[in-house]
Ligand binder design. Structure first.
Ligand SMILES: Nc1ncnc2c1ncn2[C@@H]1O[C@H](COP(=O)(O)OP(=O)(O)OP(=O)(O)O)[C@@H](O)[C@H]1O
Length: 253
């Protein structure tokens, strides 16, 4: 994004955002409620058009590229995706629909597709869920299935929009372990992980972007951004930061 601004109803929601992601980097986008995170994601996916500035995604410049084709290379896991799915489908069909980037399945899948789905689910320790109806799963199980679904299309960019919201600590750690494994695969897509919670920033997230009221507050290498000084300023609260298992944990001073 080069000098990207987005205005709605006389309000400047995103203000002069410059953001470049290199291949091999994985980013966390952190901001409080209403800071503009979803608006940035909608711009990246071409669902909104910037009021000013330039956007290129996966080397394709907006305005010169077919967005429907580009979207096939972007996996997106979000709460709104979860609402759009047909909850009465089996998890095999939910995961398989990711291959076609559709909500349901409209083509006859080949047997090898189902083999791939089963392998994927087993790989993510979800083998015991095979045959289950999606809406009967727990929230944590649903998130893992949705991430698996997004991987079916072999995306080059995977956007995870607050995947741990509403999860208990155990389910959250399971989802984070899955994300860590994805990030460390040789063929990993570039990850953008959106969260309000600093402690969810895994060591695999090389870079962090702190967004505040539609502006870049800080961005750069996670180790340089996730400091006591920067985070205290960002949250306007006196905080101490403790490092544990390569993650930063915040405490009120
Ligand atoms: N289409 C729109 N028209 C008018 N205002 C909008 C529109 N979309 C977003 N906004 C406003 O822009 C601001 C940023 O919203 P956005 O949803 O991007 O924030 P967010 O960081 O994703 O918040 P949250 O963490 O609560 O999901 C909010 O004040 C929101 O009301």
């Amino acid at each position: 994004m080069k000098h990207v601004s987005w205005r709605r109803e006389q309000r400047l929601i995103l203000d002069d955002i410059n953001w470049e992601i290199q291949k091999g980097e994985h980013w966390c986008l952190v901001g409080l409620n209403g800071s503009g995170k979803t608006s940035i994601l909608d711009l990246i996916n071409g669902y909104h058009w910037p009021t000013s500035g330039e956007i290129s995604v996966l080397g394709k410049r907006f305005g010169e590229t077919d967005l429907r084709e580009l979207r096939k290379e972007i996996g997106w896991v979000s709460a709104s995706m979860q609402q759009r799915l047909h909850g009465y489908e089996t998890i095999e069909n939910v995961v398989l629909s990711g291959k076609y980037a559709s909500v349901g399945i409209y083509e006859k899948p080949a047997e090898e597709d189902y083999v791939q789905v089963r392998e994927l689910l087993e790989q993510w320790k979800c083998g015991h869920l095979l045959g289950r109806i999606y809406q009967t799963l727990s929230q944590g199980e649903k998130q893992k299935v949705l991430i698996g679904r997004a991987l079916m299309a072999k995306p080059k960019l995977l956007i995870l929009d607050e995947p741990c919201t509403g999860l208990d600590i155990f389910a959250r750690e399971q989802v984070l372990t899955m994300i860590d494994q994805i990030a460390n695969r040789p063929d990993a897509p570039t990850l953008i992980y959106v969260t309000h919670h600093i402690e969810e920033i895994l060591p695999c997230f090389t870079h962090t972007f702190l967004l505040k009221k539609g502006k870049v507050a800080q961005k750069g290498l996670s180790k340089d951004v996730l400091t006591q000084e920067i985070l205290s300023e960002f949250f306007q609260t006196s905080l101490s930061v403790e490092q544990k298992s390569g993650r930063s944990w915040l405490m009120l001073k």
